[in-house]
Design a protein around this ligand. Structure first.
Ligand code: AGP
Length: 373
């Protein structure tokens, strides 16, 4: 009903706007006063945490993209390998699991059968499973050894939005906690990462307050486009995949998301006059070598007549030069950028679907939680 939507005309719209609160609530109570992370709720003792030498994230869809983002951060922070695998693939390939492997099952609903079957398999092999879940008491957290809840609040729209940013937040908290327990980072480095994380709700809000109109105008202009390519590198790669998934799901547009470095290995053949290509551009500051590489990717597709939509840091002069449309992000560390960069892409998919008069909250052929294998 209209009341349930709290004044928004769809649940998706409401839930995208709840992104800042979702991140904030997911951090709440987990950051100790002394700069230490407190994860007693997780119920895996410190000794077991210390022994973990590998993480495997299992999930599907959007939750798997959140896991891909987390891989970049956790490997960087904790210096242990993190694999991310679609739960349905993981389960049937005889994965290598030991008691020192931590399997992290990410699921908004907590009822995704593919993920549930995969976690059962992992536990049978003697690995510990930690669930990152948005639904209290659902099957996945119930059957896991431990759970870290995302406090995004109920998500109703089939297209997952606020849960994605909450999942990244929870996975980052887990990563920094592991770094703390294993002594993989200095205390002040952990504190600094947590400070950046705490800043993100405000930055997401800035995107919602200032970029919505640009996104809407871009959607209106591109509503008839038959396909879109989404490209990104590093953490921008899973964001590109997620942006592509959103547009498929609710606007029924053919999209492909891939690593920008792959362009010359094949996908650039798809680029023709007027083809819309969305680039996630990493921050230019510091010694970010990837920025220049993404910009040169933009130049290459631009030379072939592509229509460039960029998600980029405010005042990035290179982006201003080449992009036809820019969704700006406020300055933030690269590892934090997915939390803001996904937001205009969520809005863009929603606007496209609305302009086409589709049911944004209940897209055809899809269910909110997929409870069959
Ligand atoms: C996201 O927009 C999708 N509807 C879908 O990919 C979803 O993320 C996936 O089915 C996993 O669901 P879960 O998080 O409830 O396990």
């Amino acid at each position: 009903s209209a009341a349930e939507k709290g004044g928004w005309d769809s649940f998706m719209d409401k839930e995208i706007h709840e992104g800042p609160a979702a991140v904030q609530r997911t951090l709440l109570g987990r950051l100790g006063k002394d700069g230490n992370l407190n994860l007693d709720e997780v119920r895996i003792d410190e000794h077991d945490f210390k022994a973990i030498d590998k993480i495997i994230v299992i999930a599907c869809g959007t939750a798997a993209y959140a896991g891909m983002v987390a891989k970049y951060a956790i490997e960087h922070w904790v210096r242990i390998p993190v694999e991310v695998e679609l739960a349905h693939e993981f389960r049937y390939r005889d994965p290598i699991l030991t008691p020192r492997t931590l399997v992290v099952a990410i699921s908004q609903s907590g009822e995704t059968m593919d993920t549930l079957m995969a976690l059962r398999h992992a536990r049978e092999q003697g690995s510990k499973v930690l669930a990152i879940c948005n639904t209290q008491g659902a099957s996945i957290p119930r059957e896991s050894d431990a759970v870290l809840y995302t406090h995004a609040g109920p998500e109703v729209a089939v297209a997952s939005t606020k849960a994605f940013v909450a999942q990244i937040t929870a996975a980052y908290v887990l990563g920094l906690y592991l770094a703390q327990v294993k002594g993989a980072m200095f205390r002040d480095e952990i504190a600094q990462a947590l400070d950046s994380l705490k800043d993100m709700p405000r930055k997401i809000q800035w995107v919602l307050d200032t970029q919505t109109k640009t996104v809407h105008d871009a959607a209106a202009q591109m509503v008839d486009a038959k396909s879109f390519l989404f490209l990104g590198r590093h953490v921008g790669y899973p964001v590109a995949m997620e942006g592509a998934l959103k547009l498929k799901e609710i606007a029924y547009t053919f999209t492909e998301g891939f690593a920008a470095g792959e362009l010359k290995h094949g996908p650039i053949a798809l680029v023709d006059e007027g083809e819309p290509v969305v680039f996630i551009v990493p921050p230019a500051r510091g010694r970010n070598v990837l920025h220049a590489k993404v910009i040169s990717g933009i130049e290459e597709v631009k030379a072939r007549g592509a229509y460039i939509i960029a998600v980029a840091e405010e005042n990035d002069p290179d982006v201003e030069r080449y992009a036809d449309v820019v969704f700006w992000r406020p300055a933030c560390p690269t590892l934090m950028s997915p939390l803001v960069d996904v937001v205009p892409l969520q809005l863009f998919a929603m606007d496209m679907a609305k302009l086409k008069n589709y049911d944004v909250d209940k897209p055809r052929n899809l269910a909110k939680s997929v409870t069959v294998e």
